[in-house]
Design a binder for this molecule. Structure first.
Ligand SMILES: Cc1ncc(COP(=O)(O)O)c(C=O)c1O
Length: 371
């Protein structure tokens, strides 16, 4: 037996390319506008900020490990059973916990080709194999997902709407996906952007979870509620899944300030509505204006747009990113999502949106783009 000279991580861990978040700085630029992480354009509710601040003098106390009041508030707001909700430190934590609970070495986790990066990362962390199903027109292809399922599949992840494409799967297609899965496979519907969606044929997943024993829905406070820094997410699932996750999560996985701010955020319906209305207006505006510049924009129903750039030297996504960054406009490169010719942009404030469109116009009209 040869002795290792240092501790060695479990198989799969060193195959994980660390998740790279959106940039927050641009060298030499004083004022930076961050549009790289699908954060809320309007920020959090003033009531959530007040609730957060009010916790300051209590930070020597452990939080309620069961997030009881927050689960009750979520249950009331969405008409759910509070006992079937688990809160987490962002939905990222819940995704990891689901994989930790249900996936082991040599198992498979199915997701769609341009699906959210945390799915393959979590799968590899468990020593499992992430299996990416092809998409059609940058949209999840249900038949391809089903075709990718094997006897080794433990979880199928569906981001709906999907990040970074902004496209979605109709309730009918989600039901068809579920109907095609063996009962032993867990379908995780990640509806991080559900609050932004205004489509009659969309359903975030609550109805399927209510009637099926192998469906879980994940949600977050990081997007429309504007609480990304506090790390707060939740899942709604069958009692047996909730039981499994509650056994392995940290006893105090959600902090007290997040719980307080989350409750206040849910209660400020006017702020959520204002955020939704702002998004609806500026998502449409950005899509139209960027297309007018001659760039392709994938139709999005979330709070971001995916902008496609040509291959031509001087006009590429990489060069556009550098050009925008010099002006303090930080968008997201999406090469890690197998979209090297695109940039993802969060819907921002009116000023931010106009600055990006103006800068893109300038970028595309450069006479000597090689410089
Ligand atoms: C589809 C999707 N799921 C989950 C998350 C993670 O959200 P959270 O901040 O709750 O961990 C994101 C964040 O961008 C996302 O786009």
């Amino acid at each position: 037996m040869t002795a290792d000279t240092q501790p060695i991580p479990r198989p799969g861990i060193l195959d994980v390319a660390p998740y790279v978040g959106g940039e927050s700085k641009a060298e030499g630029v004083a004022r930076v506008i961050r549009l790289a992480s699908n954060e809320s354009a309007l920020g959090p509710s003033p009531r959530a900020i007040a609730a957060y601040e009010a916790r300051a003098r209590e930070i020597h106390r452990y939080p309620d490990g069961g997030s009881t009041e927050l689960r009750a508030a979520l249950a009331r707001h969405h008409g759910l059973d509070a006992d079937r909700i688990v809160c987490g430190s962002g939905s990222d934590e819940l995704i990891s916990l689901l994989v930790r609970a249900y996936v082991g070495p040599d198992d498979e986790v199915v997701y769609s080709r341009h699906g959210f990066l945390m799915y393959p990362i979590a799968a590899k962390t468990a020593g499992a194999t992430p299996v990416a199903a092809p998409e059609k027109n940058l949209t999840t292809d249900i038949d391809a997902l089903l075709a990718a399922v094997t006897a080794k599949t433990k979880i199928v992840f569906l981001a709906n709407p999907n990040n970074p494409t902004g496209t979605y799967t109709s309730a009918e297609d989600v039901a068809r996906l579920h109907a095609g899965l063996p009962p032993s496979v867990l379908l995780v519907i990640d509806a991080a952007y559900a609050e932004y969606v205004r489509r009659n044929d969309y359903e975030a997943g609550i109805e399927l979870v209510a009637t099926c024993e192998n469906v879980v829905m994940c949600r977050t406070f990081s997007k429309i509620y504007g609480l990304a820094a506090l790390r707060l997410g939740w899942l709604y699932g069958p009692a047996h899944v909730v039981d499994a996750i509650n056994r392995i999560r940290g006893p105090f996985n959600v902090n007290a300030a997040a719980i307080a701010a989350g409750i206040a955020a849910i209660q400020d319906g006017a702020h959520v509505e204002a955020s939704r209305a702002h998004n609806e207006r500026w998502l449409a505006w950005l899509t139209t204006e960027i297309r007018k510049l001659g760039l392709e924009v994938t139709p999005s129903i979330a709070n971001f747009v995916l902008i496609h750039f040509p291959d031509a030297k001087g006009r590429t996504a990489e060069e556009a990113d550098a050009f925008l960054t010099q002006r303090g406009l930080i968008l997201r490169r999406v090469g890690a999502y197998k979209l090297p010719n695109a940039l993802r942009m969060s819907v921002g404030s009116e000023e931010a949106n106009r600055l990006v469109v103006d800068a893109l116009a300038e970028f595309l009209s450069r006479k000597d783009p090689g410089r």
